[in-house]
Write a protein that binds this ligand. Structure first.
Ligand code: ZN
Length: 176
């Protein structure tokens, strides 16, 4: 179990498609533990295997209300409904966020940490996280979903010149 470095854009592995896990062995459990440890250490909501340099279909999620992270093996979104606009960031794009379109809810299947089959219907942040992380496994990044180039913002640096910070007004415009 280890906290490992999170790869940042434009690292090429973030654009590659991860392969399904065909057999569960010790290396899968080790990767699952690394994913969970690294996610918890980062304080983020989700992390995909690509982001720590592995092209296997594993993701880890930890909602703000969760005490422990969860790992999903070969997660697959089998149904999605509705469209909404949400603010989104990514651990591979430190300090950036943008407005993207995501589903209202999703239905996801795969294997859990104990290799049991699961099927989860999710809405809200959990649905968004499943979409974001399964995208990673296909080499798709949240910037691919940006509504326009104007919608990628840098979080204001406290030291930065205030003239270069995105104003609240611009943000409100972006959401509309
Ligand atoms: Zn991400």
């Amino acid at each position: 179990m280890a906290v490992v470095p999170i790869l940042e854009y434009p690292h090429s592995i973030l654009r590659q498609r991860a392969k399904s896990v065909a057999s569960i062995d010790k290396t899968v459990f080790r990767l699952a533990d690394d994913l969970m440890d690294t996610l918890v250490d980062s304080g983020g909501v989700g992390l995909a295997a690509n982001q720590i340099g592995s092209l296997r279909r594993l993701i880890a999620l930890k909602m703000p209300e969760d005490e422990e992270p969860s790992v999903y093996i070969n997660p697959r979104i089998v149904r999605r409904e509705g469209v909404r606009e949400v603010s989104e960031g990514c651990l591979s794009f430190p300090d950036h966020y943008g407005i993207v379109q995501r589903s209202m809810w999703v239905s996801v299947t795969g294997l859990d940490r104990k290799t049991n089959m699961f099927r989860i219907c999710a809405d809200g942040l959990l649905a968004q996280a499943f979409e974001h992380e399964t995208d990673h496994l296909d080499g798709i990044l949240f910037i691919d979903h940006l509504l326009s180039h104007q919608h990628l913002y840098e979080y204001p640096d406290e030291e930065a010149d205030s003239e270069h910070e995105p104003s609240d007004e611009r943000l409100v415009d972006a959401v509309q």
